[in-house]
Design a protein around this ligand. Structure first.
Ligand SMILES: [Ca+2]
Length: 141
């Protein structure tokens, strides 16, 4: 008579473990992609191994980070820190007013030389990543 009791308890415990796990939830609210623009470097420019990448990004749920890639290597992962009242005005921004929308970051391309693609991604407040710009440049050591 002992075995069925043990099995019953084991079954009850496993059922409890399953019901305690969080359910996977699909995001149902609309999440428009982030937009942005690169002020520097200009597409096609020739850069030294160290250069500054700057621009801005907007999202209705705010932009948490901007990630910058040289080809496929992430070389920067920064929060927005530059005030851009010009962008707020031009895009009639109604969210995140008075918060920074711009970024400016020093990039060290290391030993790279030749043609290279710089990609810019924004991570929004809901966790979505949007590539908002890509520029091709030439790096000369
Ligand atoms: Ca968004």
């Amino acid at each position: 008579m002992r075995a069925p009791v043990v099995i019953l308890i084991a079954f009850a415990l496993s059922a409890m473990a399953c019901s305690g796990e969080p359910e996977a939830r699909r995001q149902t609210a609309k999440n428009p992609p982030s937009i942005g623009f690169i002020d520097s470097p200009a597409a096609g420019s020739v850069l030294g191994p160290k250069f500054v990448a700057s621009g801005w990004a907007l999202d209705e749920s705010n932009v948490e980070r901007v990630r910058i890639y040289l080809d496929d290597e992430m070389v920067a992962n920064v929060p927005l820190s530059v005030m851009r009242p010009d962008v707020e005005k031009a895009y009639q921004v109604s969210f995140g007013l008075g918060q920074p929308h711009g970024f400016s970051v020093a990039i060290d391309s290391g030993r790279r030389k030749g043609y290279c693609t710089i990609r810019f991604e924004a991570l929004d407040g809901r966790g979505a990543l949007t590539q908002f710009a890509a520029v091709q440049v030439r790096i000369e050591p």
